[in-house]
Design a protein around this ligand. Structure first.
Ligand code: HEC
Ligand code: HEC
Length: 266
């Protein structure tokens, strides 16, 4: 391009841009407000992630297109904590635009060595005593096969160092779908014949309760057989791993968990 032509082009381009920002910026602002109202409790103020995964990455694995992103926001992700949201079409446009803008932030690098973390998971951590990973292990706690795409690294670290901090209290919405103890309510029962059992509640109705103890064994009681039944709402049987792992080991285990992205993950 001729220098003068280029110059004219740049002037023109800057004029166009000077006029355009108003609606775009307003839209971005509306998107940010919607994000703050509906999303930050789980995805963090800057989409860095928490109970939900980080959205501040260029490629969202399940929302690679705007259509997929819209669908996820509108319908949620079945069987997970990602809820459905009712939004007006113009709100949806503003929100998806804002979510995409988060993707331009540099993604958080998870420090640590996932290979060492995997070793600690098997050995010192004895995590399989309570967790399933790709079909291996017990079911006292949640399946961890895809935990890296459900939670942020910071959330995973907190789950290990303060297991009681984020125990989900009401999982009714999706307990119906999966026959796993997704609410992880820890129960202690004492029967009239002197048996004492502690474990995770699997099922309960008016007359009976079933639980799984820490060895994986199932127990069923009629409530009229019990002298005591304690429900430890908001408490986790998971050990406080801040006391088990060194700081470096903790970082490696978090790196390993963050790398768990499902069976088909590359
Ligand atoms: C109650 C918590 C919660 C709220 C509120 C929430 N999310 Fe989520 N979101 C999650 C969780 C948890 C997942 C991961 C689900 C899974 O795979 O188990 C998720 C997943 C997603 C994904 C998929 C990311 C990927 O892996 O590709 C997108 C996109 C998303 N959320 C966007 C949003 C937006 C936008 C909002 C606000 C309108 C929002 N979420 C509100 C918990 C939440
Ligand atoms: C004695 C049983 C037990 C052991 C051992 C155990 N956990 Fe847990 N874990 C649980 C239970 C129950 C929950 C669900 C309640 C809660 O959030 O603490 C849980 C929750 C978690 C969560 C949060 C999951 C989510 O969806 O938010 C992670 C991550 C986790 N455990 C990882 C580990 C790792 C890694 C180890 C080994 C270093 C381990 N756990 C050892 C019982 C255990």
């Amino acid at each position: 391009m001729q220098p003068r032509l280029l110059c004219a082009f740049l002037v023109l381009a800057s004029l166009v841009r000077a006029q355009a920002p108003a609606p775009a910026a307003a839209n971005m602002d509306a998107g940010r407000k919607l994000f703050q109202a509906h999303c930050i409790s789980c995805h963090g103020p800057n989409g860095e992630g928490a109970r939900g995964p980080t959205l501040a990455q260029a490629n969202l694995p399940r929302a690679s297109t705007d259509a997929a992103l819209t669908r996820i926001i509108r319908s949620g992700i079945q069987g997970t904590e990602m809820p459905a949201h009712r939004l007006q079409p113009h709100e949806m446009t503003a929100l998806t635009g804002f979510v995409r803008s988060l993707g331009q932030l540099a993604p958080e690098k998870v420090p640590g060595d996932p290979v060492k973390g995997a070793e600690l998971y098997r050995t010192k951590g004895a995590c399989a005593q309570c967790h399933t990973l790709r079909g291996q292990g017990n079911m006292i706690g949640p399946d961890l096969t895809e935990i890296g795409r459900k939670r942020s690294a910071a959330f995973l670290r907190r789950a290990l160092s303060e297991p009681n901090a984020e125990v989900p209290q009401s999982f009714n919405a999706y307990r119906a779908e999966v026959n796993m103890p997704l609410n992880f309510l820890f129960v202690r029962a004492k029967s009239k014949d002197g048996r004492e059992v502690a474990g995770v509640r699997i099922n309960e109705d008016t007359f009976s309760i079933q639980l799984r103890d820490l060895t994986g064994k199932l127990h069923s009681f009629f409530k009229n057989e019990l002298t005591e039944l304690h429900k430890d709402w908001g408490q986790s049987p998971m050990p406080v791993y801040a006391a088990v792992f060194s700081a470096e080991e903790m970082t490696d285990v978090v790196a390993f968990l963050a790398s768990l992205r499902g069976v088909e993950s590359r």
